[in-house]
Design a protein around this ligand. Sequence first.
Ligand SMILES: [Fe+2]
Length: 420
Amino acid sequence: MRTETGSAPASSALGAKFLRTRALSEALVRPLSDADATIQSMDDASPAKWHLAHTTWFFETFVLRDHVPGYALHDDRWPFLFNSYYEAEGQRHARPRRGMLSRPSLDEVLAYRAYVDAALADVLPDLPPAAQALVLLGCNHEEQHQELLLTDILHHFSVNPLEPAVWQGAPKVPVAMPGPVGWIEGRAGLVQVGVPSDSTFSFDCEGPRHQALLTPHAIADRTVTNGEWAAFIADGGYRDPRHWLSDGWAWVKSEGIEAPLYWRRDGDVWTRFGLDGRRPVDPAAPVTHVSFFEADAYASWAGARLPSEFEWEAAASAFDPASGNQLDAAGPVEPRPSTGGPAFFGDVWEWTGSAFRPYPGFRPVEGAVGEYNGKFMSGQFVLRGSSCATPRGHSRASYRNFFYPHQRWQFTGVRLAKDL
Ligand SMILES: [Fe+2]
């Protein structure tokens, strides 16, 4: 591997980010057996082993194969296995059958990672700017998969009656319940939204920067807590169709939904399953694993509404996107009670009332990576912020996460807004 001494400052920083990103993924799977890393508990979730290989395929395909003459694929049968959804890259293994891939083994996938890492580290300082930009995209792509890897492991383990803990959590220290929500009066009129031109990295869907019109409104200074959510349940919130969108009510009825995902009533107390196993629900912590449908129903019950993504962005721009409870290293991750003061990053992604659609002037980039976001701009809602499973430094005020309105296996929560 080439040392970073003597390489251009930009590629040195990029090389450090590449190594740091690759190392964190492997640290996250260290507690897992080959079997743990192979199973797939639902179509939406992928095996940990698949995440490790797919993120490697991304670098191998779009950087090494396309920009390094003479690079030899690690195994020319594997792109079929580890291409996710890139039509331009041809046929691929069906997503719901990723859990059937007992071969290659976890060790073989880790060897694939080492092969690609060595090849890329060797050429990185000499790559043209366009290829270095793809390495940076690959690092940010892998950070997204680190969060998915954690939420997918959580789901895989949740369907095991033994409910194993991936990591032992720290003893819980009782924390005072947060006070009532404080309301921050938002900016009204025309505001600038979208990624600023001086940002070092952004995904294509975060731009172009443009103007948006905000009407008078206020936004909550914190997210909804488990204790507040328990009051919604106790008040019959899941049984009252007046609070629910028609599609949401149909989902609640057909799926028998009566609490956030991973919650269970044990006697008189609610417990929840997390990466540290099953524990009592902490009433002071932010509620998580709720769908857009649930978030919208809660807001209706609370006499409020969800913020628009631009109301959220206008308020959050004053806050440090690297602050709050986010992922720093392998270990238990879970939302934690607020330690005071308004916060817009960390703990839980926040559902907005905004559809995931292109901004004015949006154009997907040329080539296969143009499939990254644009083709998913149908039927999904935007979430803002970051969660306890988001690698710190990954998100920013303009970041647009997105999921379908019924999905809730991510660390998803709720912030309220209201008209003034
Ligand atoms: Fe991906």
